[in-house]
Design a protein around this ligand. Structure first.
Ligand SMILES: [Zn+2]
Length: 855
């Protein structure tokens, strides 16, 4: 794991592997401290690499017990990263290589490869975990058919594919579909299942199982329902059917990621499977639905068609995120989903794109691939596909996808392959569009307009900022969706997609009676920062009249940000016209409650800091925090007497349901409760907490209390009630940190890390404490530097055990360059302290170096 001189891997160096693997037979004899793995590989020289080559297999931390070629013992050369068999030891024809290695799953704290989580065996092989299980060409373009035998006395033994045989203390699984090693999975444990049946469109009967610990089986119904809806949706919308007789999902408590799409055996972080009204918030339900769908959709976009190399990660992730976003939009309110997806994109990806960790959707080099499972690859990767779809149109998109599945089924493909199917399906040249994949940074779109003689002209100018390693950029292809409104609020030009390809370009609209009000970038049609000097009155007009729900929300959002900015930079008061417009919208019961709840959510502090930084200011975290609180107070005062009635009107009717409509009512009710507690000192929130019968309400009321400095008694009650439930207790930890005052955040966090329940080796717990501190903007960036120090201390402590999670959480520091020189110096000193630590992992070292590199 530890290397002093990490190697950079480059896209330009790609070569096919020297050999093909026609078949893989694996036998696992499980034992916590000494698991034996026997691997029998049927190899053949790869015609794509002519010549007689040595065989180099990846392997890390493996104890080699034996190695034979065609049954004859051979002596390979071993190194810390793998095994090499010289060409002279190998036949020039197909041959069988057999190795036996020993590994210790219980000692595996990195949670990659084969490891143990509370007595159960499980695996995580993406991206390069399989090399910690056996010697193998651990790269996605080597695809093979796997047969797996598991020997263990544990009752449930699972692997990929279909079950072949079950013995007294063994099981055999066979996967008919060729796959790369990163999709391998194995689970063994004392588990119970929540099961269902599904019949595919063409009549295949599939058994669906969700495997969990005993006692959790009554919390799987929502995940199962989401799975069945995902399977149906993929048949209906993309024509994709499931292709095995069984689909297994396993919930695991100790997991670095959200979930993993291993063929036929998805492994999930338990927090994205287990849900009941008492333990899961509406947000949890929505996330479970989205992640179940995402992993299922990978069966085609990722598994049947995989990536040639890890530089192409966005080929499977961008497309699969795009598909899960479409699915969630169809299951819930499409407008609300779109707004939430854009909020995530801006909060995570725009932040990344504007800092030292900026990289293209398809990077061209990396040191540690685990560091590239980023918002850019996932969320921007999905936005790029959305833009492509907007440019070619829905029908052409469908034709291109059909062609993609036809042409590349069974392939390890590239972004070039992906763009080629669109070119072939539409006759378009996409060479300029490709810059979205190869260049980092969020374009800024400046807009001016002009009206004369019935002609309205919009002029756009795009600015593509420099990013690390990429000083010069090309103009991007931008689909700009525009609608025009009359001063009386009627739409005179419906949504039209303008295709911008130049650095500066004008578009004319003729035959207009009056100067129209433009609604630009409807539905957030391109992933850009829109920069237009818009008068507040025009924003208020769009907030009241825009027919595009995204832009209507966006107008309110922009208005709120303008207000907050003036409060931060000019010590202004919350503007009355903003308060009036927002109050009007909040009380408009012709609108979807989920939408009204979103409108009431004030811009986040990190988002505001990002916006101020982008506009050339040095953001002051304390002032931003104070302004946001003041806006909340003003809004509460403005809505004042209407709040209790609003809360009553939104009371649940009938028993709890997790659907979007009921969730939207709860979201607005909880938002109103939060405002009301600013006025009544938390009295209504205390009452709501006492009678809450679902987690959304429980957390909502508790948050409202913590926000006004109350809630100590409720925190104790919460802890007493939920201490045995790890997923619920994660909320107890993160909530206290999220609501801590800026000056207290580090102290509150440090106190929590001293409690026995702070199991820091569990990634969920680590993230809900250390991750929560970095998400408390004013608390993390407090001038004392206490939070910077605390987070750095914990990164140093976690890194030797779990480099992957340590590296992810280190992105807390990616924005250090935004702030004043005092904060910069403290943060920089902490980053340098981490870098100076002996035996830093390759993962964390790369992240810290990149973050410091932009100084
Ligand atoms: Zn994925």
């Amino acid at each position: 794991m530890t290397q002093t001189t990490p190697q950079t891997v480059r896209l330009a160096d790609y070569q096919p592997f020297t050999h093909l693997i026609q078949k893989v037979d694996l036998t696992f004899t499980l034992s916590p401290s000494a698991t034996k793995v026997k691997a029998r590989l049927a190899l053949a020289p790869n015609p794509a690499r002519p010549g007689h080559h040595a065989l180099k297999l990846d392997g890390e931390g493996l104890r080699l017990l034996s190695c034979t070629v065609d049954g004859v013992d051979v002596a390979p050369k071993l190194s810390p990263t793998g095994l090499t068999l010289a060409a002279r030891l190998l036949p020039k024809r197909p041959f069988i290589l057999e190795t036996v290695v020993e590994i210790a799953p219980e000692a595996n704290t990195a949670l990659t490869g084969l490891y143990m989580s509370r007595g159960m065996y499980c695996t995580q092989c993406e991206a390069e975990g399989f090399r910690r299980i056996t010697f193998y060409p651990d790269r996605p373009d080597v695809m093979s058919r796997f047969k797996v035998r598991i020997e263990s006395k544990l009752p449930i033994l699972l692997s990929n594919g279909n079950p072949v045989r079950r013995g007294k203390a063994s099981a055999v699984w066979s996967d008919p579909w060729p796959k790369p090693s990163y999709l391998f999975a194995l689970v063994a444990g004392d588990l119970v299942s929540h099961s269902a049946k599904y019949t595919t469109k063409s009549g295949r009967e599939v058994v669906l199982n969700i495997w969990v610990r005993r006692g959790d089986e009554d919390r799987c119904a929502y995940a199962m329902d989401s799975l069945i809806r995902s399977m149906r949706w993929d048949e209906e919308v993309y024509g994709r059917e499931y292709d095995l007789n069984v689909f297994n999902i396993v919930a695991v408590d100790d997991f670095n990621m959200g979930a993993m799409e291993n063929k036929g055996l998805n492994i999930f972080n338990s927090r994205y499977v287990l849900a009941s009204p008492e333990t899961a918030t509406d947000e949890d339900f929505a996330r479970i639905e989205a992640i179940i769908a995402h992993e299922y959709f990978h069966n085609w976009t990722g598994n049947r068609i995989t990536c040639r190399d890890w530089f192409q990660l966005c080929l499977k992730e961008g497309l699969t995120v795009f598909r899960d976003q479409q699915f969630s939009g169809d299951m819930r309110s499409a407008a609300v989903r779109r707004i939430e997806d854009v909020m995530t994109l801006r909060a995570r990806q725009f932040r990344e794109d504007a800092g030292p960790l900026a990289h293209p959707v398809r990077p061209d080099s990396f040191v540690e691939i685990n560091n590239f499972y980023t918002a850019t690859v996932y969320e921007k990767g999905a936005e790029v596909i959305g833009m492509l779809k907007r440019l070619v149109g829905d029908d052409a998109y469908t034709r291109a996808l059909d062609l993609y599945f036809d042409r590349h089924d069974g392939d390890a493909a590239t972004i070039e392959d992906w763009l080629k199917v669109f070119e072939d399906a539409t006759g378009r040249d996409l060479s300029q569009f490709k810059y979205w994949y190869t260049e980092a940074g969020t374009p800024k779109l400046h807009v001016t307009d002009h009206f004369a003689d019935g002609v309205y002209t919009l002029t756009f100018e795009q600015e593509n900022p420099a990013t690390p390693g990429q000083p010069e950029k090309h103009p991007k292809v931008l689909p700009i969706a525009v609608g025009l409104l009359n001063p009386n609020g009627d739409e005179v030009v419906p949504t039209t997609v303008l295709e911008m390809t130049e650095a500066r370009q004008s578009f004319r609209f003729e035959g207009l009676a009056a100067h129209p009000i433009p609604s630009i970038l409807r539905g957030f049609s391109a992933a850009v920062v829109l920069d237009r000097d818009t008068p507040a009155a025009e924003r208020a007009f769009l907030l009241a009249h825009d027919t595009d729900p995204f832009n209507r929300w966006e107008a309110g959002r922009a208005l709120a940000k303008d207000v907050m900015r003036r409060m931060v930079t000019d010590a202004a008061e919350p503007a009355a016209d903003w308060l009036d417009a927002l109050a009007h919208l909040a009380l408009d019961d012709t609108l979807d409650p989920a939408y009204r709840a979103l409108a009431l959510r004030l811009p986040g502090e990190d988002d505001m800091a990002q916006t101020l930084h982008g506009a050339g200011h040095v953001p002051d975290p304390d002032r931003i925090h104070a302004a946001r609180r003041k806006m909340g107070d003003a809004l509460a005062a403005r809505l004042g007497p209407r709040l209790p009635r609003l809360i009553d009107d939104l009371a649940d009717v009938g028993p709890f349901t997790p659907d979007a409509k009921a969730a939207g009512r709860r979201a607005l009710r909880v938002a109103a409760l939060g405002l009301l507690s600013r006025l009544d000192g938390g009295a209504a929130a205390e009452a709501a907490y006492a009678k809450a019968n679902n987690m959304t309400e429980e957390i909502g009321a508790l948050s409202a209390l913590l926000d006004v400095g109350k809630g100590a008694a409720q925190l104790d009650l919460f802890q007493a009630r939920w201490s045995a439930d790890r997923n619920v207790m994660d909320k107890w930890f993160s909530l206290q940190i999220a609501h801590a005052a800026p000056a207290d955040a580090a102290r509150v966090t440090a106190t929590l890390t001293d409690t026995a329940a702070f199991d820091w080796k569990n990634p969920n717990r680590f993230r809900s404490v250390i991750g929560a501190l970095s998400a408390n903007h004013a608390g993390f960036h407090h001038l004392s530097g206490a939070s910077y120090r605390l987070v750095a201390d914990w990164l140093l402590r976690l890194d030797p055990l779990n480099p992957q999670t340590a590296a992810r959480v280190s992105t807390a520091f990616e924005t250090w360059h935004r702030y004043d020189t005092t904060r910069q110096q403290i943060a920089k000193a902490e980053l340098q302290r981490i870098l100076a630590a002996p035996k830093l992992s390759r993962d964390l070292q790369e992240m810290i170096e990149r973050m410091l590199g932009a100084a």
